[in-house]
Ligand binder design. Structure first.
Ligand code: SF4
Ligand code: SF4
Length: 95
């Protein structure tokens, strides 16, 4: 049995945008990050970015898959993360 490539699976994920972002960062903690900004390489959706000029890390939540990985890897507690209200967020068409 062949396994479907991850890119193809991800291409079928749909999102309903919540009015308020469900993830926010403690910018002061991120500025002093001692974790080599592991969030940048952990998020499977590539939602974490680092501004080249200021060095500040930010997160966008529009394509968040609600995996919770960013919250787990940030041992400094800079990621405030909560599930979007019902009716919003990620929708997996095939589980
Ligand atoms: S979210 Fe955590 S790991 Fe990412 S830059 Fe901020 S402090 Fe560092
Ligand atoms: S919950 Fe997962 S997909 Fe969403 S921003 Fe965090 S690591 Fe990325």
């Amino acid at each position: 049995m062949s396994r479907e490539p991850l890119d193809e699976k991800l291409s079928r994920v749909t999102f309903v945008r919540a009015p308020e972002p469900h993830i926010s960062l403690d910018e002061a903690v991120c500025r002093r990050c001692s974790l080599d900004r592991v969030c940048l390489t952990t998020c499977p959706a590539g939602n974490f970015k680092r501004d080249e000029r200021s060095g500040q890390v930010s997160v966008s939540t529009e394509s968040c898959m609600e995996c919770g990985s960013c919250r787990i890897v940030c041992a400094l507690g800079a990621v405030r993360w909560k599930l979007p209200k019902g009716g919003f967020g990620v929708c997996y068409l095939r589980g």
